[in-house]
Design a protein around this ligand. Structure first.
Ligand code: SF4
Length: 346
């Protein structure tokens, strides 16, 4: 039983393939409360989308398989529900905005009809009432002349307009959690700012919680209350936005922050890139999965996976550097000194 709105505990998800088992999510825990935004950050393939799709019940099983863990939503463990039972949650209790609106909307149906169908699945109202509701939502997400937009096909609209339609559809049944998987990646920066502002204002107005998946720390800075940094199927650092941006404790987070474009850096200086590639999740390494790319790796990092250490209240890092026996290291320029000797968790 959990007091959080959504509480994911020690989730492990694998894919069974002809080449073997891909351990995509390897013991992920996070929670989200009413009206807050949690951002899950990490490179492609780190398991962030798989985690969310598992919560939504969108993964085909098989080949996907929940090996372990619980997903509590309002105290109910979603891992025990059937596909049919999950349909009562999707769209109504939580909904999703996908990255590419062009492939997520049905190209053969007018956007209004798609919205009406989605509303009628979950709400016992007449078709005419659903139509009025859809038009009012299209107006609410800032689309001018919503009655005309209602009759348009997706291909006649710009990327920003389609993404607004997706948000309107996602908000149609007033969900408690909005999952947004890279919602602005396909948009230019001006449209990106407008869409993020729109999501923030809908969150304030309707009290919706947002679970945002992104690799873009600029988006995270604008949106997140709390942040989970994922690497190779695990959460390696977790904390509120201030802790992660002003006192990051994990070398991978340092790398991500270092790779952010900075308007005040010298124009000629090269943008930092984390060397190497993430490990193969068919056979994850025995020790820290980041060791092959980490400039601070020690002998212990290759032998055992680091446990969680508390850096400060609610701020957790999975790195041996936090152990009081570890050597002292100097974080990269601009990153505050590491608070070593944190409390170790099992
Ligand atoms: Fe680097 Fe070791 Fe920390 Fe992993 S545990 S991030 S290899 S210092």
């Amino acid at each position: 039983m959990s007091e959080h709105l959504l509480d994911v505990q020690n989730l492990r998800v694998s894919f069974d393939t002809y080449a073997g088992e891909v351990q995509a999510v390897r013991g992920v825990s996070f929670y989200i409360d009413k009206g807050e935004t949690l951002a899950i950050v990490g490179e492609s393939g780190c398991g962030k989308s798989v985690s969310i799709q598992t919560v939504m019940g969108l993964l085909p099983m098989p080949p996907a398989r929940i090996k372990e863990g619980h997903i509590y939503y309002e105290g109910k463990d979603l891992t025990t529900l059937t596909d049919k039972q999950m349909e009562n949650y999707r769209g109504k209790e939580f909904s999703m905005i996908f990255q590419d609106s062009m492939t997520s909307l049905n190209p053969t149906m007018r956007v209004g009809r798609q919205m009406v169908e989605a509303i009628l699945v979950h709400q016992k109202i007449s078709r005419e009432e659903a139509r009025e509701h859809a038009i009012s939502l299209l107006g609410k997400v800032g689309l001018p002349e919503p009655e005309k937009v209602f009759k348009r096909y997706p291909h006649t609209m710009s990327g920003g307009q389609r993404q607004r339609v997706m948000i309107a559809m996602a908000m149609a049944c007033n969900p408690k959690i909005l999952f947004a998987d890279e919602p602005t990646t396909a948009l230019d920066v001006t449209m990106q700012a407008q869409i993020l502002d729109l999501m923030n204002s809908l969150k304030k107005e309707m009290g919706t919680s947002i679970l945002l998946i992104t690799h873009d720390l600029g988006v995270v800075a604008k949106m997140a209350d709390r942040i989970a940094v994922m690497y190779a199927g695990k959460v390696v650092e977790y904390g509120d936005a201030r802790q992660i941006f002003y006192n990051p404790c994990h070398p991978y987070t340092w790398g991500l922050l270092g790779a952010m474009p900075n308007l005040i850096q010298e124009v000629k200086s090269e943008l930092y890139a984390i060397p190497g590639t993430p490990p193969d999740l068919y056979a994850p390494p025995k020790g820290c999965a980041f060791a092959a790319r980490c400039p601070y790796a020690m002998g212990a990092c290759l032998k055992a996976d680091p446990p969680e250490y508390t850096c400060s209240d609610g701020h957790i890092s999975r790195c041996w550097l936090m152990d009081k026996r570890a050597k002292e290291v100097t974080p990269p320029d601009g990153v505050p000194t590491l608070p070593r000797g944190g409390k170790e968790h099992e």
